[in-house]
Design a protein around this ligand. Structure first.
Ligand SMILES: [Zn+2]
Length: 241
């Protein structure tokens, strides 16, 4: 029998992990789940074996004390961080693990994070292996985004040096990956998940009082400059004085 490429197996596993419905949603059924089941053999198997999976997911939910979330913390994005649910565009967007980076966002409660994955077969340029309890995982310096601290669930810590290394590469141009390779599709899917959760923080950021204050000051300054420069030419005299 022909042996499967381990990268293909890792890619298939990654797709299931990132885009298949969580076990409780799968077991509750519904139109979206039925549509998904029609095309996903992995979920049909998960559903058949749901009692065993439920048992595993319960043992994973051991409550941990949550220390302050600082750079180097490994966190899971909470599922309820997505106000409209994690189903969008015919796919689930399962919350990933992230590494908190030492990058200032200037917004109270907002942090910069790098997405984490554990398919080491698919790691490449710009990926940084995590050590300690996360030996198989790597942080994606090419896939960083913003998250609010109250949407993060603490899972553990890695060295702050690693967080600093990832942060230093976060603003570098994205490494070029050969198109139409498993690594390419892997990164595209990872960026899709990052965009989904990053957008949630962006929406909150736009409504944040700190941001509004900055925006108001910026608008006032620029409107004043505009009126000073152009007002006497275009505005009626009574509007300028
Ligand atoms: Zn599935």
């Amino acid at each position: 029998m022909r042996e499967l490429d381990p990268r293909n197996i890792a890619w298939k596993r990654m797709l299931e992990e990132r885009t298949c419905p969580p076990i409780d949603i799968l077991c509750n059924g519904g139109t979206e789940v039925q549509a998904h089941l029609a095309g996903c053999s992995a979920c049909r198997e998960r559903l058949e074996d749901s009692s065993a999976v439920y048992a595993v997911s319960r043992t994973c939910k051991n409550k941990r004390q949550s220390p302050p979330i600082i750079p180097g913390a490994v966190c899971r994005i909470k599922r309820d961080a997505a106000p409209n649910g994690i189903y969008a565009n015919h796919s689930w967007h399962n919350p990933p693990l992230v590494l908190v980076l030492p990058i200032d966002t200037k917004i109270d409660g907002m942090l910069r994070v790098a997405q984490i994955h554990d398919a080491s077969e698919l790691a490449g340029p710009g990926d940084f292996p995590l050590t300690d309890n996360y030996a198989d995982c790597f942080a994606e310096s090419w896939n960083t985004w913003s998250a609010f601290v109250d949407t993060l669930e603490y899972r553990g810590m890695v060295s702050q040096d690693i967080a600093a290394l990832v942060a230093a590469r976060a603003h570098a141009p994205r490494p070029q990956i050969k198109e139409d390779t498993v690594e390419f599709w892997f990164r595209l899917q990872e960026l899709k998940i990052g965009r989904f959760f990053g957008k949630i923080a962006k929406t909150r950021e736009a409504e944040h009082p700190d941001k509004l204050t900055v925006l108001k000051a910026w608008t006032q300054k620029h409107v004043a400059n505009f009126v000073n420069y152009w007002g006497c030419h275009f505005l009626p005299v009574e509007a300028v004085v």
